[in-house]
Design a protein around this ligand. Sequence first.
Ligand SMILES: Cc1cc2nc3c(=O)[nH]c(=O)nc-3n(C[C@H](O)[C@H](O)[C@H](O)COP(=O)(O)OP(=O)(O)OC[C@H]3O[C@@H](n4cnc5c(N)ncnc54)[C@H](O)[C@@H]3O)c2cc1C
Length: 408
Amino acid sequence: MTHILIIGAGECGARAAFALREKGFGGGITLIGAEPHLPYERPPLSKDSLAEASLPKFIAGAARYGEARIAVLTGAAAKSIERARKTVTLFDGRSLDYDGLLLATGARPRAFPGVPENAGRIRMLRTHADALAIRGALTPGARLAVIGGGFIGLELAATARRLGAEVVLVEGSPRVLSRCVPEEIAAFVAERHRREGVEIICGAQIAAIEEGGDGARLMLSGGARIEAELVVVGIGAVPNTELAQAAGLAIENGIAVDERLCTSDPDIYAAGDCCSFPLRHYGGRRVRLEAWRNAQDQGALAAANLIGAGEVLSSVPWFWSDQYEYTLQIAGLADGAQTTVRRDMEEGAFILFHLDREGRLIAASGIGPGNSVARDIRLAEMLIAAGAKPDPLALASPETRLKKLLAA
Ligand SMILES: Cc1cc2nc3c(=O)[nH]c(=O)nc-3n(C[C@H](O)[C@H](O)[C@H](O)COP(=O)(O)OP(=O)(O)OC[C@H]3O[C@@H](n4cnc5c(N)ncnc54)[C@H](O)[C@@H]3O)c2cc1C
């Protein structure tokens, strides 16, 4: 294999490029990215760097790409893949040949129906440019309306409060974090936001969003109006699959890959937020994850397999979110849980362990100040990977060390 092309210069694409070199690949590597910057971290965009930094937090500096002989084309978007000729054409007319191709095109924010533009006073948050535009409006006393009580909306609400903005958050479901987070933890998070003065309105349907004058307004279906200087829509993300679809690759809630991350074309792999894959520890059910560590792990795995390693995915899903002084962490997937037990820890931290009907640990969700739940969530992740069936009473008792359960 002489030239590997990676489309998408985000977390996954960058990680894959370096992993190729670390694994001894000596051929050419080209990383193509539509954004004007070198690859950067997205998680800080709704957290610290929204409040503080004006430059993105780069994954690596230009020198490191140079040393690793990785050619990075920024501001360059791939337009089409001609699979028979193994060529990718860019929108600027250039074309590049490949022997192996990795699609790491990520995802983009889901637009609010009827409001496709990410401009003016109605915004979405995915890129550094989005974060800069949002931060510009978050002055002390300014009013921010967030649509969507998912992770990004809630993190943004917490950061906006830190900057002194007033926040109202509107969620269509009866509670925030209704996807993937147990009710007990969602209630804890909502309560923390309310204490901070965030107004959370759940079960509300938005009839329209209007922009005009020096503000924007939300019309709720019950007739209420919410006025704000800025509206941020945070209602999920959609995978960037158009390129793959036009090339005739199989699509199934993302670019469909097998457990080696290979698409329906043996020379093309896909990884990160853009792909759906069979999840080994959950009976091979097909999932798509939007999570930082998954993008890293899959980038490294796709790199290995592009050069013939033939390795399969075995990691357990893991996600974290920071809001105020709290960090929430989730390992595994809790849907399908039959029993949930709670372990209370110091400083008000707690972890919920979720077991299936056979008593197998399938997920653990925890929240607490700083890193208080990190070690136990890590151990829970190892128990999940091992297919362990720990005693629920032992899980619930803070006296029982999870390490001991793992050894057993
Ligand atoms: C605000 C925010 C906060 C987050 N916080 C957390 C968190 O706390 N914890 C967590 O686990 N995860 C978090 N995430 C999710 C995490 O950042 C993503 O899962 C991760 O960035 C996915 O990496 P990726 O490389 O697959 O995709 P992306 O990071 O989306 O990168 C894909 C890149 O491909 C480019 N691209 C797309 N199509 C083309 C094309 N045709 N040609 C060239 N380039 C193209 C895109 O422009 C983009 O730069 C957060 C995400 C956001 C947006």
